[in-house]
Design a protein around this ligand. Sequence first.
Ligand code: XMP
Length: 492
Amino acid sequence: IHLEPSRTLMEFRLLPGLTTEQTLIHNISLRTPMAYQEEEDSKYYLNIPIVAAAMQSVSGVKMAIELAKLGGTAFIYCSQPIESQAEMIRQIKRYKAGFVPPETVSPDMLIRDLYELTRQRGYNTFPVVDEQKHLLGIITKNDYDVKPHGDLTVKERMIPRKELTVGVNIDNIKQANTLLRETHQSVLPIVDEQDRLLFLVFRKDIRNHLDNPHEILDEHKRYFASAAINTHDYMERVPALVEAGVDFLAIDSSDGHSVFQQKTLEWVREHYPHIPVMGGNIITEDGFDFLVEHGARAVKVGMGSGSICITQEQKGTGRGLATAIIKVAEARDRYFKKSGRYIPIVADGGIVNSKDIVIALALGADYVMMGRYFARMDESPTEKVTIHNRVMKPYWGEGSARAREWKEARYHQLIFVEGVEGFVQYAGKLRDNLPETLAKIKAAMSSVGAANIRELHEKAELEVVSALSIREGKAHDIYLPGSENDYTAIDW
Ligand code: XMP
């Protein structure tokens, strides 16, 4: 029996250390190892210490591509058939930055129907092709008005092929940009030698794609792809994912300290030694030692602390995430001293904002996994809904009844659920949110006097704070119009 209570991230604060020239924000690096590699392989480094959870409502193809561009990775969820998960990995690998495989329309389509399609899809530019995919023209919302033109056909309003500048067989965004600059077009069609349409390159996207200094690529300059697996069908799932081009695997389980993970890790190590596997989740030093002994090259830490998790409530198993990180980081450091192998650890579940991220890193995590944070973004695979005049996105646990509609759900017992289903407030594009989060992490590291995450582990001094001290750290004794929180004191 441990009588010392376990701690959550919320209970810690960082003490400032000496800030120097080297630890000013623009000199701080957030680069961190993703997994242990026998031979140093630069593709297994994250440029930001943040990854997206393997969940149906978080990590699909869009999230994986956008996060890889920004320096992280999203784990494509395994609560789906093997073939559809492998197809998601293929889509990530096929994706060429800025080159959009377009949805086309036929020249005989009525403008009325095109208008309807535009509304459904939410985009306005459609290339027009014949049955052999030869480019016949382009039609955008500027080329028609549904009232006078509704009964006309697309070919009567489109900009015809002969008036368009196209790129032939270009696969380089810089070349596309050079061509596009000389036109008045908002979009450049890319065709093959037979004038069959391949891609569209949008003017509005180019800046975005030329400007991803932190992107994570594989050895063929394709976006890095990660996927979750389970301990039931790995003998079929892993080969399909590897064939599709996956770079990194994570075993998805709420309790990873099991012989089933051992078997999965050993099998992958034997058949695909070049693909690192993350084991987890565990919350004890024994759990870490066990997974590493059997081949885990990264270990995920946390049980029941996630925003949608009810594992602790349902089963009484779990540990405050801060204590779990502290204990497992000790095991990692011991193992490193003994073997020279540095196995990154990942804090997972209940990490809400930048403050939590930086505390998790300071306590010893090498990076963090988040679900709720990403579920709020445009790139998560769910539709927006309006509830009480607020725009929200649905978010549900992989152990919830909804996720379990998929037959091989991560939590097998069908008698009770381990997760809930709810909504999170819509936050917009990941690209518009992440910089603020990263800036706050860097600002904290700057205060501590740490130029990188290794130094943060070594230098960070943390203190447990009282509940009153947490209250003191918030805005207080001031009237905040529109705030739902009670920041008011009696005597002000
Ligand atoms: P956050 O707090 O970032 O947590 O939303 C995401 C993490 O929660 C875990 N997860 C679950 N845990 N029941 C659980 O007990 C569930 O249904 C469930 N679904 C996800 C998972 O580790 C994820 O990364």
